[in-house]
Design a protein around this ligand. Sequence first.
Ligand code: PEP
Length: 235
Amino acid sequence: MLIVLNHKMNFLKEEALAYAKEMEGLFLKEDQLIICPTYTYLPFFEPIGYSLGAQDVSHYQNGAHTGNVSASQLSSLSVRYAIVGHSERRLFEKETSELIHEKMKELLDHHITPILCVGESLEEKERGETLFRVMQEIEESLQGFTKDELEQIIIAYEPVWAIGTGLVPKEEEIDRVIKRIKEQVFHTWQIEMPVLYGGSVNQNNISSLREIPSLDGFLIGSFSLDPKNVKSILK
Ligand code: PEP
């Protein structure tokens, strides 16, 4: 089971350093835990016993792009995974599937595994459009990749209405969506793609969510901000 921790734009320097220190000596298998700190704190983390991820990447290769961070720069900091298409970026930064595709291409060219976030809004859920929305985001972002490239990609199913709200879909619903994602991806590309769930995962629901048959892991935001929580779920 893969666990991805998304720190978002949290912590000041000393807090990030303290967090990184807490993560020392975890002795997990390398690809079990992926920590995605804010860009500036990436060098604080020594990814031994876990892997390092980024929360985003530029779609540009290098050069005159003020404020951006490239896949090659991430790679030079031992980053092996990167979240792309998080709903906060789709919403606040107006990221489109085309842009997300370009970012994934950059990552794949630098041997960084993209974690593609997809998920429906509350309105879409209420209109019964969950699967339509999720498959649209997947197809738009993935079309054009080779089979070799597709085999490197991980999907995170994150209903937008469940992120940071304390609301979580029923387990059967998560299972249904993930199964349909896997079936559709297999049907279209003949690939077995891992699918994670993200959205208000915490100590109260993780044990039952873990039982979802189709699930390959979790993407965890706020609950991951306390290292004690992380250690408790890894036990
Ligand atoms: C997220 O931001 O991807 C996320 C899952 O956040 P939270 O766990 O806080 O809902």
